[in-house]
Design a protein around this ligand. Sequence first.
Ligand code: ZN
Length: 245
Amino acid sequence: MSRGLSNLVLLNVNHNKIRVLPPEIKGLANLETLSLTDNKLEVIPAEISFLEKLTEINLTNNNLVSLPQQLYSLPQLTKLYVAKNHLKELPEGILRLSKLRVLDVAGNRLTMFPMDFQFLHLEELFCEGNSFVQHELVESVQEMEVLYLKELAARLVLAECRRRPSFFCEALRLYPALADVLSQGGSCALCSQRFLTTWLECVQFVSLRKDMKMKSSQTVPVRVLLCSYSCFNRSGHMYYGVASA
Ligand SMILES: [Zn+2]
């Protein structure tokens, strides 16, 4: 579809029955607006990341169950419309969309927004009709965590790697596959200790007006990860445990 269309700036194929976007879409290198409202898409190909000039994507009213992380590789994206799909979550890393100003996720199944969502510079957010977790305090439960050897070893290496000079850091260069695994961990929102596979999922409730300087008075849940119950049980933070069903 793309050969010969590399100068295309706007592609509008709304109201069709499109089920699949071919990977060849990456040839539309000059595309700025992509509109696919009212189709039957279930996935967006990773090749979307090649469309670096995209400023606006409209995927309203499709059958999307997830979005590719590569969507966040679009440096110019300012408007993203994904209302009326079946999204349960947005990929982590949304802060990479530094130019995003308008986000429409209304009518999905989101329970919360991804980490660091509150640092986006949004002007408009539409998010009604989702399954957001409610603002209820889940009592902190004193539980002893049993960390497995893999997690213990990972935390040790990750902590050691913060010191300079570090023997572990030097050694990791010899094991790129291991470095790759370790890079997938996260860090605790309270103590900033890094971890690999074990964490406590929490939410914080972000005020669009106070925290994000938007006009809306709404409050939305944003994901936060903590390293341990001992951090969770600390006083003075506003992170709530997510009760798993
Ligand atoms: Zn912690």
